[in-house]
Ligand binder design. Structure first.
Ligand code: 5RP
Length: 230
């Protein structure tokens, strides 16, 4: 099965889960990325069945508005019933690495507002130990050199993310931050590393989702779709 077919499979299953709990899941948080795009597409016919959604990026917001969803401002919402998003890696405890699409900060904020985090991905994202995928860290541009030095002392190999459309330009996030992609870190204690990285002056957010881990994983493989509760 092609990877896109696997993404469509988990997207459809997530819609099925949401509709099954439609009365409990009225205000949704929606993530960012290609898997979430499949999910938005699959949920679109039911857009008006929900009170509203809070989006984690400008890209998802545009897509959600196009599909007829009511997009709410996070500041006008007390809490979210559920947050649905993809991941770059997920371990057997439901801890994730995220930010491959550069939306990690808003994703973490919106995830922190939700009672339940449902992760949707294909099985290539399941890992025993986090860190094969370079860890995205969003920084204030002024601090990128200082933060890089700190990360190198931790043993990381740091690459400043470039724009996909113009490699001479840095990638700029929805929050006007830059992204450092860090390889080579040993993420044996994700919660401790998440907290340590948050302490570095100039770091806006890091892509370890240990404090806001998934409660439910909907994952697809060649063999079909599986749901795992953490
Ligand atoms: C964006 C993210 C995405 O959830 C992550 O990159 C997975 O994306 P995809 O579904 O395209 O593989 O964290 O910042």
């Amino acid at each position: 099965m092609h990877q896109d077919e696997q993404k469509a499979l988990v997207a459809n299953e997530a819609v099925h889960v949401l509709l099954k709990h439609e009365t409990a899941f009225q205000i949704l948080g929606i993530g960012t990325g290609s898997t979430v795009n499949f999910f938005i597409e699959a949920l679109a016919p039911h857009a008006k069945s929900f009170k509203g959604v809070v989006s984690s990026s400008q890209a998802s917001t545009e897509r959600l508005l196009q599909k007829g969803f009511t997009v709410l401002d996070a500041n006008n919402v007390v809490s979210l019933d559920v947050y649905i998003d993809g991941a770059d890696e997920i371990n057997p405890q439901g801890v994730m690495l995220k930010g491959g699409g550069g939306a990690l900060t808003r994703e973490k904020i919106v995830a922190s507002m939700a009672k339940v985090f449902i992760c949707i991905c294909d099985s290539s994202k399941q890992v025993a130990l986090l860190g094969q995928f370079p860890l995205p860290i969003e920084v204030i541009p002024l601090a990128s050199q200082k933060v890089t030095q700190y990360l190198e002392k931790l043993g990381g190999v740091v690459r400043l993310r470039k724009s996909k459309t113009d490699a001479s330009q840095n990638f700029v996030t929805d929050n006007a931050g830059w992204i450092l992609d860090v390889s080579g870190l040993k993420i044996t204690d994700p919660k401790a590393l998440e907290m340590e990285l948050n302490q570095i002056p100039g770091v806006i957010c890091n892509g370890i989702f240990a404090q806001n881990k998934a409660q439910l994983l909907i994952v697809s493989s060649q063999h079909g779709v599986e749901t795992i509760q953490f």
